[in-house]
Design a protein around this ligand. Structure first.
Ligand code: HPA
Ligand code: ZN
Length: 340
């Protein structure tokens, strides 16, 4: 790692967070506090016990710990508090712009209304302006739920159309290809919503899923998606069309020994707009600056490469050209001042 890529440099660098699941920011202390308030038995009573329950080595074993924990989220204020806690962390990490995933079906399926979820989260995004963070929401479909459930969720979301800017796709990818939701993506896109989707690392059909997203569905970004390096034609397509790839090193390190650092370097070398994010920071041991630092340190990134990652995050975000230009200038000013 070049001498200029310190923790301090990374933390101060203006960043866009494009891959964070709000439910994945539920820290053990808030989990315990809400469990007590809402009188929900989560099976653990101390922070240490909660942390000890975080044993996973693949996507499925992670999701088996992740979803039950959401039971502690019951009221609009709970969702507000969850999102505010994340946004304070984001502000401390110099996240200037955040596009945040939420999973309505993980809540409506247990009797919490769509309105409760989105109104609490949205109120936090408004209040985050005081923290100098411009925050937006992305509604994700759970890909292991039925197509009909996604259809109903999209229909229900239309009453809240002004509170989120795009749709995504997450949860268990095994045998759940993007094309399962072709109609929902098409409809969302026609409604003016942006489109992204997960292509988790090293899945059974990773390349096929990435191909569907790029060539058929027209996804603007792919979350994770670093397996694209296996297919030169798709790399070329992604570079030419400025597709964003949102890689999450600490999350990757739970399921792959090398956090996909080589793949990130290869994508940078090929001019692909890859960027670095935090996925589920309460579960994977770090927020966005920790993710940048882990990657830069383990793979000896130069300052220029780190700056390119941050610029890519703004360039592939869903903001106006004018806003992008302002953030890119903020990065240049920061780097010049830091190096002076
Ligand atoms: N992949 C799929 N589903 C998820 C993830 C992820 O990285 N994080 C939270 N839900
Ligand atoms: Zn994710």
């Amino acid at each position: 790692m070049s001498v200029n890529v310190t923790r301090e440099f990374i933390n101060g660098l203006p960043k866009a967070e494009l891959h964070v699941h709000i439910e994945g920011t539920l820290e053990p202390d808030l989990k315990l506090k809400l469990a007590q308030k809402n009188q929900i038995d989560i099976g653990q009573k101390t922070i240490e016990e909660v942390r000890a329950s975080y044993q996973f080595d693949d996507l499925a074993s992670f999701l088996a710990v992740y979803y039950p924990a959401m039971n502690v989220l019951q009221t609009e204020d709970d969702f507000y508090e969850l999102a505010m806690a994340y946004l304070r962390r984001a502000s401390e990490n110099n996240v200037r712009h955040a596009e945040i995933f939420f999973d309505p079906q993980a809540h409506t399926s247990r009797g919490i209304s769509f309105a409760t979820v989105i109104n609490g989260l949205y109120r936090a995004t408004v209040d985050a302006r005081a923290l100098n963070v411009d925050a937006r929401l992305i509604m994700c479909f759970l890909r292991d739920y039925s197509r009909d459930s996604a259809r109903k969720t999209l229909l229900e979301s239309s009453a809240f159309r002004d509170k989120f800017i795009g749709v995504g796709l997450d949860s268990d990818e095994h045998n759940n290809p993007p094309m399962k939701f072709f109609n929902q993506f098409t409809q969302a896109s026609a409604d003016g919503l942006h489109v992204t989707a997960h292509a988790d690392i090293d899945q059974k059909d990773s390349i096929e899923h990435i191909r569907e997203l790029l060539e058929v569905i027209g996804s603007e970004r792919i979350d994770h998606g670093t397996n694209v390096v296996e297919d030169p034609d798709l790399i070329e397509f992604a570079a030419k069309n400025k597709i964003g790839f949102t890689s999450c090193p600490l999350s990757n390190s739970f399921v792959s020994p090398e956090m996909k650092g080589k793949e990130v370097l290869e994508l940078l070398d090929n001019g692909v707009k890859v960027s670095i994010h935090s996925d589920d920071p309460a579960y994977f041991g770090g927020y966005i600056s920790d993710n940048y630092y882990a990657l830069a340190k383990n793979f000896n990134f130069s300052q220029e490469q780190v700056v390119t990652l941050a610029k890519n995050s703004f360039e592939t975000s869903w903001i106006s050209k004018e806003q992008k230009a302002l953030y890119l200038k903020e990065i240049d000013d920061y780097v010049n001042q830091f190096n002076a």
